[in-house]
Design a protein around this ligand. Structure first.
Ligand code: S3P
Length: 429
């Protein structure tokens, strides 16, 4: 994929459904009693991996790819069947970690694996707390990574309180899901509040989940009931168009129906901190999640400092924030973001290496990066490392670089945004 400088971007766009919420809707719908109807579902490869895994465990899931409507014929908390083969999560960390929490409460044995990237990502972070609850999970290679073997459980798990060393919704969710199958309350505290879609959706489906500050507590559930779930537009996908609108001179983009859950809206707060012309309009609430339209216009940005509690609310947006920082006046410092090293790629290394190649003034730190903005970027060939968020970030950089940007492995956007390049093209004026 080659991306070249454009004059301006104008128009209206609706980004696909939220990845985190789409995964959860299929998983929790499978465990509920009755038919869960999901609308505006994300047809990204990661969410399709979740569908495949639950179909392999006997759940009937109808997916209408024309309308993005899904019907999940839930079989209740104890209705999953032992799969005949190894479960394959593909590239999806959310699928592997959340399913670990669900599977350790089942009565059958199962093995789970995924692609090359997933086999390098740390799973010890869920294995340790889940085994503390009485689960039997082992990393087959013995290095804390997949493939994972999960042994079936004849009795209940034990409810625990877990102090998570990292703010991670995947860890928190795995433990809360195991808590559905425990003999008493299960709670998780984290250093900063991570995305709370699991808590909100489980509560809507009838589970007893309480959140106080950075602690979430769940009681074992007798049953979950099916509901209709509308998936808001993914703010992590909207972030690329927010950045594009701000960076390309003369641009004005309206992004409709975006989820603005406060545990996910750090990108909007950072845009405001950088002096962006960004307006949040038409705010409304669904049963669980807030939605709004986002209007962005080209802006002169300035640098900022990002760290602490805002980090989990924008963890997936740091690559595109780094691109914005290159075009901002002054210094941008990103800290407390060591988690970037264990995403689909090492996003500190990959961003710094590729930005340096484009002529940016950027330095890697142990837990983030420092970017001196205001230096024009020239073109380069970018290795995406098959990380969707790296590919999309550099596509946006290409719109405002002196020379074209060539992206290797560009098709990996399929993980979270299959029509990304086509929709970007529609906005070019
Ligand atoms: C996700 C949580 C985040 C995020 C990932 C999706 C989720 O990971 O980076 O893309 O759906 O729970 P961590 O919770 O591990 O930070």
């Amino acid at each position: 994929m080659i991306i070249e400088k454009v004059n301006s971007l104008k128009g209206e766009i609706e980004v696909p459904g939220d990845k985190s919420i789409s995964h959860r809707a299929v998983m929790f719908g499978s465990l509920a009693e009755g038919t869960t109807e999901i609308t505006h579902f994300l047809q990204g490869a990661d969410c399709l991996s979740t569908i495949r895994c639950f179909r392999d465990m006997g759940i009937v899931i109808q997916n209408d790819i024309e309308t993005n409507k899904i019907l999940v014929r839930g079989k209740g908390l104890h209705g999953l069947k032992q799969p005949t083969d190894i479960l394959d999560v593909g590239n999806s960390g959310t699928t592997m970690r959340l399913m670990s929490g669900i599977l350790c409460g089942q009565r059958f044995d199962v093995t789970m694996t995924g692609d090359e990237s997933i086999q390098k990502r740390p799973m010890g972070r869920v294995i340790t707390p889940l085994n503390e609850m009485g689960a039997f999970i082992t990393s087959i290679p013995g290095n804390g990574c997949a493939p994972l073997r999960i042994k079936g459980h004849k009795s209940s798990l034990t409810g625990i309180h877990y102090e998570s060393p990292v703010a991670s919704a995947q860890i928190k969710s795995a433990i809360l899901l195991a808590g559905l199958y425990a003999d008493g309350p299960t709670s998780v505290s984290e250093p900063y509040l991570s995305r709370n879609h699991t808590e909100l959706m489980l509560r809507m489906l009838g589970a007893n989940v309480e959140s106080k500050g950075n602690t979430a507590t769940i009681l074992p559930a007798p049953r979950l009931h099916a509901e209709k779930i509308y998936v808001p537009g993914d703010i992590s996908s909207a972030a690329y168009f927010i950045a594009a609108g701000l960076l390309v001179p003369g641009s004005e983009i309206l992004i409709k129906n975006v989820g603005i859950n406060p545990t996910r809206d750090g990108i909007i707060r950072v845009c405001n901190m950088m002096g962006a012309d960004i307006v949040i309009e038409n705010i409304r609430n669904t049963d669980t999640e807030a939605i709004a339209d986002i209007l962005v216009r080209h802006s002169d940005l300035h640098g900022t400092e990002i760290g602490g509690s805002i980090i989990p609310t924008l963890i997936d947006e740091i690559p595109i924030i780094a691109i914005m920082a290159c075009f901002a006046k002054g210094t941008t410092t990103i800290k407390d973001a060591a988690e970037l090293k264990v995403k689909e790629s090492n996003r500190i290394d990959v961003m710094v290496k590729n930005l340096t190649q484009m002529g940016a003034n950027v330095t890697a730190t142990d837990d983030g990066m420092i970017i001196e903005g205001g230096k024009a970027l020239h073109g380069a060939t970018i290795d995406s490392k098959l990380d969707h968020r790296i590919a999309m970030s550099f596509a946006i950089a290409g719109l405002v670089s002196e020379r074209p940007v060539e992206i290797l492995g560009a098709e990996c956007v399929n993980i979270s945004y299959p029509n990304f390049y086509q929709e970007l093209k529609h906005l070019i004026r």
